[in-house]
Design a protein around this ligand. Sequence first.
Ligand code: AMP
Ligand code: ZN
Length: 195
Amino acid sequence: MEDSKFSLESKLKAMNPEEREKVVEEIKKKAIQDCIFCKILRGEIPAKKVFESEDVLSFLDINPVNPGHTLVIPKKHYLFITQIPDGELSALMSVVKKIAGVVLDATKAEGITISQLNGKAAGQIVPHVHFHIIPRYENDKMDNHWPTQKLDDEQFNNIQRKIIELVKKLYEPKENTEEKVEDEDEEYEFKPRLP
Ligand code: AMP
Ligand code: ZN
C-alpha cells in the first residue's frame, strides 16, 4: 500500500503541473466520494449529531471508548491537520474546546482525552481530519501510556537541528521573490495532500 503510494507520488512528480493538478483533483474527488464522514455530511448515512455550524460538525463516535465519546470534524475534507488553513483550524479548535467542556459536564467524567491522528501509521482509519473527545475515568480501559525510546545526545541534537531548520523556513521573513514562496509552499504541502 505504502509502495503504491510512493509510486503514485513519483508519477505525480514526473507530470507537468497541469496534468498533475488534474490527477490530484480526481484523486481528491474520489476520496471525498468514498469518505465516511463526507457521507455523513452529505446526509447519505446517519449520525448522532450534537452540534453543527457552517464549517464544523460534531457527532457521537459509533464505537465509543466511553459513553459521550464525541468527534469534531471540519466540513471540508482534509486528510492531515497540517493541511487546514490557520483561520479554519482556529475556528475548529474553538468548537473542540467547547464540545470538550460540554462533554465533561454531560458525562461528569473525571478527565478528558483529546486525540487527533494523522496517517495510517498513527492509527488514523477515517481519512478526514477529526478530533476525538473522550470522557475519561480513573481505571477505565483506555491505555494512557505509549512506549518510549532512549536517545543519546547526538540523536537528540540531530533531530532538533532538522526541526529548527524547517521551523526557521516557516517563520523567518522571506527575503526573495513571490516565486520562491510558491515553490516552498508546494514542496511543504504537496505530500500530505494525497488522500
Ligand atoms: P481514527 O481514524 O482511528 O481516529 O478513528 C475513526 C473513528 O471514527 C473511530 O473511533 C470510529 O469508531 C469512528 N467512526 C467510524 N465510522 C463512524 C460513523 N459512521 N459514525 C460515527 N463514528 C464513526
Ligand atoms: Zn471526508
